[in-house]
Design a protein around this ligand. Sequence first.
Ligand code: ATP
Ligand code: MG
Length: 426
Amino acid sequence: MSQKIQSIRGMNDLLPADAGVWQHLQSVAAQVFSAYGYRELRVPVVERTELFKRAVGEVTDVVEKEMYTFEDRGGENLSLRPELTAGIVRAGIEHGLLYNQQQRVWSSGQVFRYERPQAGRYRQFHQLDVEAFGLAGPDVDIEMIAIAARLWQRLGVSGFRLQINSLGTPDSRANYRAALTDYLRSHEAALDEDSKRRLGSNPLRVLDSKVPTTREIVAAAPSILDHLDAESLAHFVSLKAGLDDLGIGYEVNPRLVRGLDYYTRTVFEWTTDQLGAQDAVCAGGRYDGLVAHLGGAPTPGIGFAIGMERLIALIGLQNAAVPEHGPQVYFCRFGAQAERAAAALAEQLRDALPGLRLVLNAGGGKLGAQLKRADACGARFALILGDDEAAGQKVQVKSLRGEGEPVSIGWPELPQHLAQRVGLSA
Ligand code: ATP
Ligand code: MG
């Protein structure tokens, strides 16, 4: 035998036993997004490295140390996408979807970051991503947050903490940056090494340092909210009022920031205390400068990304309901005649009952062996067809979970009978 090949660290397989909750999340999310008029847009997993450098920013952890970058055979410098927004904006510009228009879109799929794998932090993970373009007002910021809140509610997960902040405009932020830099310089000796380095290049990033000693210094730093321009302040006041109107609770956290120039005004983050250190489930914000930064006409934008693995972990921890997705019925068949009749009957049942999940026994076997397979696959009912039943155009319906005695049902009545027992509409 040849040597086994292992998967890559931090890149998980999704096994059939876990597929149900993923399908559930995907379908509920698609429903919620379309309830707000958002339509799906899919972009490639690979883009030019330059796109992510520009969109995510050169001085970010993602671009500095987390991207999977390679040259293809033609010598192009490409990267696996570390997030979805960059590709969506690129596609929006390329296909003329953004200029002078309002667009509401969502996307989902794999993203890749070379991080240290641990619970809730992987090298391949999945994001759900929602973006709106051409809308500058706080009304759409409120809509964004309402979408996430509705998704939590529809999934039956709770206990989130929503934090919001405003970054103002690039001009107001420059004033803040100066005040922040002064303050941090006066405490420079006590900062960690990364923060000392960032103090010169990108002092706002010091605000979300995870180093405890730096956090203490940051706690007393000047607040960005005291440096907002009048319009950004009014925008922030409307955002808060809108959230109040919808009954969505939030906390203002003036230290919630993004370090990049094209981020403007609203930023928000949903966290939970149920996932340990990897506590951020959803992060978003307004980026009125991004489209122009990527070569499009100036177009306001706002969006958020949800880490699907973390949300799935919460669904599991909170025992939120997930619809059954395994087989409901297992069709046992034996004898030459019955085998052929069963194949045709199974197709008729799938015609009549599109929601039915039915496994047709394959590979032969005695009745006992087939019933074992039926039990192992989790089915509630077995259908049994031998040559005797086939001759009488009947099938035996047997509960595998103690739901009554076996009954013999004529072929024409079978769809109705099964619909009723399984709980489907025929
Ligand atoms: P973190 O602070 O946890 O590294 P981030 O700020 O890098 O998060 P974003 O770039 O805002 O995260 O991505 C949006 C969401 O994607 C996060 O809120 C989180 O739920 C999820 N996420 C980010 N990195 C990972 C990862 N390596 N594995 C799994 N989920 C992740
Ligand atoms: Mg990160």
